[in-house]
Ligand binder design. Structure first.
Ligand code: ZN
Length: 151
């Protein structure tokens, strides 16, 4: 992907009930500057993986949930949006959705730290450019695997 352009992107945070650890899953998705359309078929086995959180980026825009986000984020899980990725410190907003009713959550209660800014290169292979827009942003989520907490 062109690392100089601005696009949204989406990742899923899953809890592996067998390995007792969180993992980051990048669903196949089509992205533009203002949208992400993820393919939800062929998802990870729900009998093993608990879908805990969705995280999507707002590239250089504010980390505020949009009206479209409100329409899309109806499942019962955590949702995070990361914006201002053009800044040294990105902005993060987190909320809990219970069937589409929302409660804001302080990001520090969900994210322990940013750690080293790196991610596996294979995550990018599932992100395709939207045909309507040619501008693209490299998603840089400075997430670390949680290390398999037992709580
Ligand atoms: Zn959004």
């Amino acid at each position: 992907m062109d690392k100089t352009k601005q696009f949204e992107a989406l990742v899923h945070i899953l809890w592996d009930q067998e390995e007792k650890q969180y993992l980051v899953h990048v669903p196949r998705q089509t992205v533009s500057k203002v949208s992400v359309h993820a393919e939800l078929k062929n998802e990870m086995d729900p009998s093993r993986y608990v879908h805990v959180m969705d995280i999507h980026s707002h590239n250089n825009m504010p980390a505020q949930f949009s009206a479209i986000d409100d329409q899309d984020e109806k499942a019962t899980r955590l949702y995070a949006v990361i914006g201002r990725l053009d800044q040294y410190w990105p902005a993060i907003s987190v909320r809990l959705s219970n069937g589409g009713k929302y409660m804001d959550v302080p990001p520090r209660t969900v994210f322990a730290g940013y750690g080293q800014p790196s991610f596996p290169g294979e995550w990018e292979k599932n992100i395709c450019k939207s045909p309507q827009r040619r501008r693209q942003k490299n998603l840089r989520l400075y997430l670390q695997r949680s290390g398999g907490g037992k709580e």
